[in-house]
Design a protein around this ligand. Sequence first.
Ligand SMILES: *[C@@H]1O[C@H](CO)[C@@H](O)[C@H](O)[C@H]1NC(C)=O
Ligand SMILES: *[C@@H]1O[C@H](CO)[C@@H](O)[C@H](O)[C@H]1NC(C)=O
Ligand SMILES: *[C@@H]1O[C@H](CO)[C@@H](O)[C@H](O)[C@H]1NC(C)=O
Ligand SMILES: *[C@@H]1O[C@H](CO)[C@@H](O)[C@H](O)[C@H]1NC(C)=O
Ligand SMILES: *[C@@H]1O[C@H](CO)[C@@H](O)[C@H](O)[C@H]1NC(C)=O
Length: 468
Amino acid sequence: MSIELPRGWLLIWITFAIFTLNAHNSEGRTHFHKKRNSHGPYIGSPVPQPPAYPTPSPPDSGDLGDPSSDGHIFDVRSYGATGDGSTDDTKAFMSAWKAACAVESAILLVPSDYIFMITSTIFSGPCKPGLVFKVDGVLMPPDGPNSWPDSDSKKQWLVFYRLNGMTLGGSGVVEGNGEKWWDLPCKPHRGPHGSTLHGPCDSPALIRFFMSSNLVVRDLRVQNSPQFHVKFDGCSHIFIENVSINSPALSPNTDGIHIENSKSIFISNCFISNGDDCISIGPGCSAVDIENVTCGPSHGISIGSLGVHNSQACVSNVTVRNAVIRNSDNGVRIKTWQGGMGSVTGITFDTVLMENVRNCIIIDQYYCLSKACLNQTSAVFVSDVSYMNVKGTYDVRSPPIHFACSDTIPCANITMSEVELLPAQGEMVDDPFCWNAYGALQTLTIPPITCLQDGSPQSLSERSAYDC
Ligand SMILES: *[C@@H]1O[C@H](CO)[C@@H](O)[C@H](O)[C@H]1NC(C)=O
Ligand SMILES: *[C@@H]1O[C@H](CO)[C@@H](O)[C@H](O)[C@H]1NC(C)=O
Ligand SMILES: *[C@@H]1O[C@H](CO)[C@@H](O)[C@H](O)[C@H]1NC(C)=O
Ligand SMILES: *[C@@H]1O[C@H](CO)[C@@H](O)[C@H](O)[C@H]1NC(C)=O
Ligand SMILES: *[C@@H]1O[C@H](CO)[C@@H](O)[C@H](O)[C@H]1NC(C)=O
């Protein structure tokens, strides 16, 4: 069922849409030597400015260092790297890493004006404090699966392991050379005649931080990853700022920033356009703050998927503030599989501008890749989710608000205020969809939401199933 909006509203919003939906940031399959255009503003004018809030400061190790004034520079070329774009410079990087790791406040320098090719490498710690891995040139993996050494893991490329207090940044670029991986016939619709072939399909995450803490990733460009661009697993106290991530809209599984089993994450002022989730938050994450991030084209900011194969998943205290999401398949999403356990709680989306986004606001507790998933009684419990000041336009192919909660474990305490979503084209406004969703509106919304149920659900027995 649909309703019609008053025309005045529509004109205002269409005008808004025309002026803000200008050329988006997609750069397609850019080459690493191209200079990026300057970014658009962090946020368009129609969204009110958020209240002032304190800005967390990075750990001391956030300084990228000035090469001219510091004696602790370990230039990979001094360790034998050629930087000609084709020689395998892995050994030189390992030697430079070993030397830099042993010295306090060292800078491992990947100098500008050179292109370094290295194979899958684990840079492990512990190292002396204050280590900076500074990419001023281009750093890239071998070009595609056929050039990948058989003995190397196809799941990851650069791995930073067991580090405390390291910074990654620089004026250069980490180039993923992902194209041949995206085109493997096992990738969705890349097989003969648009088919998807079965078989192993591992593709490497470009940069992975594993079991590390007090990390800073800042002022860096990362692009064209074969799979996830930057991934954190088992990490805490992460500060990510001014990182731009780009890959084509049709590059499969190229999540921008993925975090799982990690705590205390602050992501700010990042620009991400890619072919999958802009930022994805997996199980075991808490205290995640995302601020001033611009996404699109992408699949939006996603919590999940959670609870796959009846697993327990716990995500709490995630805040997304002052985000812009453009031309994306989803806006802000929570997705869980049937049959999971655990909970997602304490989630705030505050001041999000949507431009031509499908599924602007979505909770999907029936997430399923095969379309053959059975309904199960257990589920990851979703509660205390707030949407404030979420405005803009939606792609009319999907309703702008969709709460599909579990049959047995309803979503509880969804609050909404100042949600105003209008169709990017046309005049018809799609009704929101709710299934088993409890919550309250603090202000009227556009489109109007009448399907949230009052109070709290009765059926929350067996607490232990969703304790975290
Ligand atoms: C953001 O990072 C880029 C390098 O990717 C750098 O050139 C630019 O100065 C940084 N911006 C700020 C505000 O530090
Ligand atoms: C986010 O953007 C706002 C407005 O542009 C700015 O005032 C604020 O300092 C930014 N926050 C961070 C963490 O950079
Ligand atoms: C989430 O935030 C609440 C309220 O600030 C706090 O009590 C709780 O300990 C936090 N949870 C985690 C897992 O950090
Ligand atoms: C699962 O439950 C949902 C909600 O009741 C229903 O729409 C869907 O058809 C069910 N799916 C299966 C496979 O039974
Ligand atoms: C509902 O969730 C909000 C945060 O989204 C929280 O502040 C509030 O305390 C919750 N209400 C209840 C009754 O738990």
